[in-house]
Design a protein around this ligand. Structure first.
Ligand code: ADP
Ligand code: ASP
Ligand code: MG
Length: 407
């Protein structure tokens, strides 16, 4: 008998009626004779509302308490889902992340999963139950509740699929697959039949919120195929995998991602001598702040400007760390800017084909969009631009790289 792991996102369990709908789909799968494990996200905007409440208590709520709070969203939906199934006459049980054996590092707010101990899940499945696991949460060595970062229920799903040796992980959402770009920004976006792990990882990391990037990373490491499909309609979704049948994707841009969660920090007048970058970025990394783009201008008389970007909710922390450090090394003022966004083109074909960067820059120029910073990987080019222009940039690039649906 196959073990099926399905994850349902927040919009798909946003109210009582939607939870019952998902319960009916899960029950139908159980009726086929499969062992079904379901991962659920918090209902609708619950996580945002909980975070908002926390900030009504304190300007800087403690990370540990924040995780205790936000993990409750998934606890609520998992118990309701189990109740809905039981009311339909199906044996179901809800489990917290800890009960499901999801062990994480001790890092609140963005913990990585370190281990899966599926004993309890196996026991419940053996008793014929449908197991509902609260997504997004785990437990660390100190027995504290941790959360996996925004969108982290996808990662719970893939990690459980790996731990339970399922054939694939099914991710059900309000969107029926992975599109060439966010269909809310570009209605002409096309649904992809399949996409490779590497490309999906870049898209997810650079703003395509449809999949949590760590879920894709886990899929890639353990070669676990991930099917992204609709939670309400039976139409073919998108398979994220590492197979070799992706020839048609090879020579073009596969997708465009955008991310408005960008804050820029510029340290002016930095003395250009060995060890300076280490002394600035070491403390940032020690504080768990991930720095994305870093640009150091060419120095004039051994003085340079250093610019980097971080997520907006880490800007205050980054500025508090930078101010004394800048003084210590004899640098000048520190400036910040939160009105920026990233737009990225991603495609495995970029490794071999020339001209992608030129087309991207020309397209942005034609739309009168100024490029502030540029970063690249082998299969991605990212431009940092004004936030107000980001949708326009996505649409223009989608057209320039011929990703629109055929009429
Ligand atoms: P869930 O609640 O199911 O986890 P999310 O809101 O996290 O769903 O992700 C789904 C949303 O991701 C879609 O509604 C869509 O607007 C957005 N999205 C961004 N980029 C893409 C893309 N390339 N393909 C499909 N959806 C995308
Ligand atoms: N509820 C969490 C969030 O809103 C996790 C998830 O939905 O995947 O980020
Ligand atoms: Mg999500």
């Amino acid at each position: 008998m196959a073990i099926i792991v399905q994850k349902y996102g927040g919009t798909s369990v946003a109210d009582a009626e939607k939870i019952k709908n998902v319960a009916r789909r899960v029950a139908a799968r159980h009726d086929k004779g499969d062992d079904v494990v379901v991962v659920v996200s918090a209902m609708g905007k619950t996580t945002d509302q909980l975070i908002d409440l926390a900030y009504q208590m304190s300007d800087q709520p403690e990370d540990r308490e924040m995780d205790v709070l936000v993990s409750t969203g998934e606890t609520v939906s998992s118990s309701l889902m189990a109740m809905a199934l039981r009311a339909m006459g199906y044996p179901a049980i809800s489990l917290s992340g800890a009960q499901a054996g999801i062990g994480t590092e001790t890092r609140y707010g963005r913990a990585r999963i370190l281990s899966i101990d599926p004993k309890r899940i196996h026991k419940e499945l053996k008793e014929g139950k449908i197991v509902i696991v609260a997504g997004f949460q785990g437990i660390c060595e100190e027995m504290d509740i941790t959360t996996l970062g925004r969108g982290g229920s996808d990662t719970t799903g893939v990690a459980l699929a790996v731990g339970l040796k399922a054939d694939k992980c099914e991710i059900y959402s309000d969107v029926d697959g992975i599109y060439t770009t966010d269909p809310r920004i570009e209605p002409n976006a096309q649904k992809l039949k399949e996409i490779g792990y590497e490309e999906m990882l870049e898209l997810a990391t650079y703003g395509a919120r449809v999949m949590h990037n760590r879920a894709v990373e886990l899929g890639k490491v353990y070669n676990m195929p991930i099917l992204v499909a609709s939670s309400t309609r039976d139409v073919p979704g998108t398979l994220i995998h590492g197979g070799t049948s992706m020839v048609e994707q090879r020579n073009k841009v596969s997708g465009i991602a955008a991310d408005s969660d960008v804050a820029k920090v510029t340290v002016r007048g930095v003395p250009d001598r060995p060890g300076i970058a280490a002394s600035l970025f070491g403390p940032l990394s020690d504080a768990g702040i991930s720095v994305d783009t870093i640009v150091q201008n060419a120095s004039v008389e051994k003085i340079t400007d250093l610019t980097f970007t971080v997520a907006r909710n880490e800007l205050d922390k980054a500025m508090r760390l930078m101010e004394p450090l800048a003084k210590q090394i004899g640098a000048g003022e520190i400036l910040s800017d939160v009105s920026l966004a990233k737009v990225s083109i991603v495609g495995a074909g970029m490794q071999s084909g020339p001209g992608y960067a030129a087309t991207m820059f020309r397209t942005l120029f034609d739309s009168k969009i100024n490029i502030e910073l540029i970063t690249t990987s082998e299969i991605r080019i990212t431009c940092i631009i004004d936030e107000s222009k980001v949708k326009e940039a996505v649409r223009a690039l989608h057209k320039a790289f011929e990703l629109e649906q055929a009429e």
